[in-house]
Design a binder for this molecule. Structure first.
Ligand SMILES: Cc1cc2nc3c(=O)[nH]c(=O)nc-3n(C[C@H](O)[C@H](O)[C@H](O)COP(=O)(O)OP(=O)(O)OC[C@H]3O[C@@H](n4cnc5c(N)ncnc54)[C@H](O)[C@@H]3O)c2cc1C
Length: 386
């Protein structure tokens, strides 16, 4: 594959990581991003928790491999991603939530994860003293963490360019072209670009690009609210979540607290035409602040500096699609990360590169085939908790 041209559609964490890994393997790559810069959509809007805990079983091997790569990513990319491995706490606020968290810890321990149950408020506040006295219990996974999403994506982008990748922003792929069962290239708003293989990592826009090739990803778009405070002194090292996923947050290296809440139905299943930051409804912001302050009182005392709403690419079972197309040679896809694909980005990129160059993945991806979706698929709500 070394002499062949590959196009990567999408300059989020999945696409930039794929471009880097492909180029490092000697492949000639062009990355195309419709936004004015990298990380223009979910990979810029994200909370950017890097967690293995609370994952559905098929994702656990990928999340563990991702965390292993995150641990050395700064050196690998020769850049700072502000990755911090200081743990994830998922809090129980009611007796019912205590049962949920205890069961989750048992399940995750059975999957081999290093995770413990903190059985009372004293145990929780020994780990995170700024939390409220009303928190009843928590799970604690010390090897989880978080990173700076824009810095991480740009680090992949710069490293990819150093390996020879051409990055074209402000360019939209309108259609993937194929002939005789083989990908031929992409038609963009700026002309046709020939390629032997195309990687589609286009987030909420993926389905429309791959549907002509018999791949259907039933993406339901929702909007998650994010509130970011002014910088504060160090208050919280861990990423916080709660049993039912209605808040999640962390303190950035800048000192800002970044919290997110439940995701709202998006009125149209057509994504917005522009990768703009969408303002969430005022009542939802107030509810998020109230819920967060109830477990983390300092949050309620800080002024909010930024608010945005980020679109999520939800699938019916909250698992992504990662696959090589069956009916057309040279088409590889990753999308539908359902609110938890940032952590996975570094291994998603590796898998995509492997699928292009060898046709197989070194990590198990059978559960991520698009063909698993039948017409009556039940819906699983993903828990957004960093
Ligand atoms: C509020 C929020 C909180 C989140 N919290 C977490 C978390 O804590 N942990 C976690 O792991 N994940 C989290 N996620 C999910 C995570 O951010 C995403 O799963 C991940 O960033 C997806 O990356 P991606 O590269 O696959 O897609 P994206 O980042 O969406 O990138 C796709 C890119 O493709 C471009 N594109 C689309 N169509 C075209 C086209 N036709 N031509 C050219 N370019 C195109 C888009 O502009 C975009 O930049 C969160 C997401 C949100 C919104």
């Amino acid at each position: 594959m070394a002499n062949r041209d590959v196009i990567v559609i999408g300059g989020g964490i999945s696409g930039t990581a794929a471009a880097f890994d492909l180029a490092r393997g000697g492949v000639k790559v062009t990355l195309i991003e419709r936004g004015p810069e990298l990380a223009a959509m979910a990979s810029g809007w994200t909370l950017a928790g890097v967690r293995q805990s609370g994952r559905l079983a098929p994702e656990v091997p990928l999340a563990r491999a991702a965390v292993k790569r995150w641990e050395h990513l700064n050196e690998e990319l020769d850049a700072d991603t502000e990755y911090r491995q200081q743990g994830n706490l998922r809090l129980a606020r009611t007796p019912d939530e205590v049962d949920v968290i205890r069961a989750m810890v048992d399940e995750q321990q059975a999957l081999g994860l290093e995770i413990s149950f903190l059985p009372d408020n004293a145990a929780v506040r020994a780990v995170a003293p700024a939390l409220s006295e009303t928190v009843l219990a928590a799970s604690y996974c010390p090897s989880d963490g978080h990173a700076n999403p824009k810095m991480a994506v740009n680090a992949f982008g710069r490293a990819a360019e150093q390996e020879g990748v051409t990055i074209r922003t402000n360019t939209e792929v309108v259609e993937i072209e194929a002939n005789g069962g083989r990908v031929q290239g992409v038609r963009t708003n700026d002309g046709f670009i020939a390629a032997d293989a195309v990687v589609v990592a286009a987030g909420v826009y993926t389905d429309r690009l791959v549907r002509p090739f018999g791949i259907s990803i039933p993406i339901r778009i929702t909007q998650a609210i994010v509130a970011q405070t002014a910088p504060a002194p160090p208050l919280l090292a861990q990423v916080l979540g709660v049993a039912n996923g209605d808040i999640a947050g962390r303190q950035e290296v800048s000192g800002r607290l970044r919290f997110t809440g439940t995701s709202l139905p998006w009125p149209s299943q057509e994504p917005t035409r522009d990768p703009i930051v969408l303002l969430p409804p005022a009542g939802e912001i107030a509810a998020l602040v109230q819920r967060t302050a109830a477990v983390f009182p300092a949050f309620g005392k800080l002024g909010l500096e930024h608010l945005w709403g980020g679109l999520l690419d939800m699938t019916p079972d909250a698992l992504p699609v990662i696959e090589r197309a069956e009916h057309v040679e040279g088409l590889v896809v990753a999308a539908g990360f359902s609110g938890h694909g940032f952590c996975l980005g570094p291994v998603t990129g590796r898998i995509l590169a492997e699928l292009v160059t060898t046709g197989t993945s070194s990590l198990p991806i059978e559960a991520f085939r698009s063909s698993r979706f039948g017409s009556d698929q039940p819906t699983t709500e993903a828990l957004l908790h960093g």
